[in-house]
Design a protein around this ligand. Structure first.
Ligand SMILES: Cc1cc2nc3c(=O)[nH]c(=O)nc-3n(C[C@H](O)[C@H](O)[C@H](O)COP(=O)(O)OP(=O)(O)OC[C@H]3O[C@@H](n4cnc5c(N)ncnc54)[C@H](O)[C@@H]3O)c2cc1C
Length: 575
């Protein structure tokens, strides 16, 4: 039951989005995109103080710039393909370094499904500006859907009767039907929302460190390759440390309890880190550096009548996939505002469940980080981790228990709860104990690794002309989105091949396997070079559970497919 029938978005309703980072852009994009389905046209103003084309921290929302596997897949189903000039490098593996050993984990399907990007114009002093800012790309997507981008800072918020008002310097205050807080945790804007007195309290945050090194693309390719490098070292208070390869730079990212210059120097001087830093060993060495705040997870009361807070300023995942949380919260908030309403009760019914899910998951995350702290302190325990991963590299699928736990943990591909539950499995615990006691720390041989040499910035996997992507009659448990090129859909009838259709960029296939345990109903074959992104069943189903409108996208594509098949069948019959 709606509390107040006037709290709906309608033709001419005005929405203000404070912050044009990922959360603000995603919200505006999805709201405007979905209004076409409902047939109303509200207006959306995005207030953003930064120029994302500027170099250095001033044009940047300061992060490691890793777009998670689950987000790359979700966006590709949403029809958002990250352009190659936004993707700095595709990542297909993770290297884990302890104080003594290193081990490599490869992505499921051995595919480039993680992207590294620059949030702003690029590191300070960068000269080869061949790339585009990720945040600017998203902002322009929202702009293309009709959002009005106002490059200015919001300095105050107030109430105009029942409706919220936005103030910017030297302009008349503007009254809106809904305001959306998407200002992150790196500005004082949280206080503006706290002063609206609906109970909001901004999330806690802690200081972190990011540094960019201009090593040149040859060094980056030869030394770091297409791998993210994560460090499991005995450095008290360090929760996450990674080196992230980009086009011609490397980003070093440290998240922990008390990150300061001394801590950064200490980390950089550790032998496993030194191998990748070309002799640099001090916090002053980077071409560009910043110390942004990272959200500690959850705000209090992130909604009220006509107000909702999303992304870092609302709810986000602890230490991992913050941009993925921005996407998830923005989409659910937009669906709620459009299909339920914009009262506190509407957000409580439609938006609170995802906030609670993230909050609960962060509790599991905190337990996992505590366990990792213990493992880091013991040479035996870290060696057990490395040994178990090494022995698993020769196995496949569910047998790779430690590798999948760490992959999902570092990439943020699965909720902390899933990761935690898998750690309790007797097979995991037994295997770990066995590898602490016995086993080899020697890396798997090159022959055991199925690394494919791929372009630096294209995501997915490349199939060559005539190569079969899926085969009729075979079992399947994933679907695919074409990133570039074309593929032909074929069925076999009376021993002859019948071509049903030609698929191209953005088209989805293999989706029936997500709904039914049936063999593939057709063969799909590459026509020329075709790049395809694989979508995991578990990631798809998790998204549908959280945001049922996600399933609509697939239904839309399936209904289109049935229509095309009908007309193709009619054409074949007539022949
Ligand atoms: C060290 C570090 C590394 C990270 N690495 C990753 C990573 O690799 N992958 C990942 O997914 N996440 C990462 N994150 C988290 C990620 O940066 C955030 O979760 C994400 O940026 C949140 O998006 P957002 O849109 O909510 O907020 P933000 O990205 O902070 O955007 C907020 C926007 O609001 C604007 N704004 C604020 N106040 C005002 C105002 N008053 N008027 C107008 N505009 C305003 C700001 O200019 C900004 O553009 C990292 C975070 C840190 C600190």
């Amino acid at each position: 039951m709606k509390q107040n029938s006037s709290l709906f978005l309608d033709d001419g309703s005005r929405v203000a989005v404070i912050g044009g980072g990922p959360a603000g852009s995603f919200f505006s994009y999805f709201l405007l995109h979905m209004t076409q389905r409902v047939g109303i046209s509200p207006s959306v103003d995005i207030y953003e103080r930064r120029e994302f084309s500027k170099l250095g921290p001033v044009g940047c929302n300061m992060c490691a710039g890793v777009i998670s596997e689950s987000l790359v897949q979700s966006l590709s189903i949403e029809g958002i393909k990250l352009p190659e000039n936004v993707v700095q490098r595709g990542i297909n593996s993770f290297q884990l370094h302890t104080d003594k050993e290193s081990v490599t984990m490869y992505a499921p399907f051995n595919e480039m499904r993680i992207a590294t990007v620059y949030r702003g114009g690029g590191p300070r002093g960068a000269t080869e500006l061949k790339w585009e800012s990720f945040d600017e790309y998203l902002l322009q997507l929202a702009g293309a859907e009709g959002a009005n981008i106002i490059r200015d800072r919001v300095i105050n918020l107030s109430w105009d009767g029942q409706k919220p008002q936005v103030h910017i310097k030297d302009k008349e205050p503007q009254t809106y039907d809904l305001i959306v807080g998407a200002f992150g945790v790196n500005s004082p804007s949280g206080e503006l929302f706290e002063n609206l007195s609906f109970g909001y309290r901004k999330p806690g945050a802690r200081k972190t460190s990011n540094m960019e090194f201009a090593f040149g693309s040859e060094y980056v390719t030869n030394t770091l390759g297409n791998s993210m490098h994560a460090f499991l070292m005995n450095l008290p208070g360090l929760h996450f440390a990674a080196l992230v390869p980009k086009g011609n730079h490397v980003t070093m990212c440290l998240i922990g309890d008390d990150i300061n210059n001394k801590f950064v120097d200490n980390f950089m001087q550790r032998p496993p880190v030194q191998k990748y830093l070309a002799g640099n060993d001090s916090h002053t060495a980077g071409a560009c550096s910043c110390s942004p705040y990272a959200s500690l997870g959850d705000a209090t009361q992130p909604f009220g009548d006509r107000v909702v807070l999303i992304g870092d300023s609302g709810m986000s995942r602890l230490n991992k996939d913050g941009i993925g949380s921005a996407y998830r919260t923005a989409k659910v908030a937009a669906v709620t505002a459009l299909f339920r309403g914009i009262s506190q009760k509407d957000f409580q019914d439609g938006y609170l469940p995802i906030c609670n899910a993230i909050k609960l998951d962060n509790r599991f995350g905190r337990v996992i980080y505590t366990i990792v702290e213990v493992i880091k302190k013991s040479r035996w325990l870290t060696r057990g981790v490395v040994r178990m991963i090494n022995s698993e590299q020769r196995k496949s699928g569910k047998q790779r228990r430690m590798s999948m736990v760490l992959w999902d943990m570092f990439t943020g591909s699965a909720p902390y709860r899933d990761v935690f539950m898998r750690c309790l499995h007797p097979g995991f615990i037994g295997g770990y104990i066995r590898h602490i006691a016995f086993g080899s720390s020697a890396p798997a041989t090159e022959a055991d690794r199925k690394e494919e040499v791929m372009e630096e910035t294209a995501l997915g996997r490349l199939y060559h002309n005539g190569e079969i992507i899926i085969q009729e009659g075979e079992p399947g448990d994933c679907m695919y989105v074409i990133q570039s090129g074309q593929a032909e859909v074929i069925i076999t009838q009376d021993g002859k091949e019948v071509s049903l259709s030609v698929l191209s960029q953005g088209d989805v296939f293999g989706e029936m396997a997500l709904f039914q345990q049936q063999p593939r109903s057709a063969t799909v074959r590459a026509m020329g070079d075709t790049r395809v992104l694989t979508i995991d069943k578990r990631i798809f189903l998790r998204r549908v559970h959280e945001d049922p409108s996600f399933a609509y996208l697939i239904l839309q594509k399936m209904s289109q497919r049935i229509r095309e098949l009908d007309s193709e069948m009619a054409r074949i019959k007539t022949k």
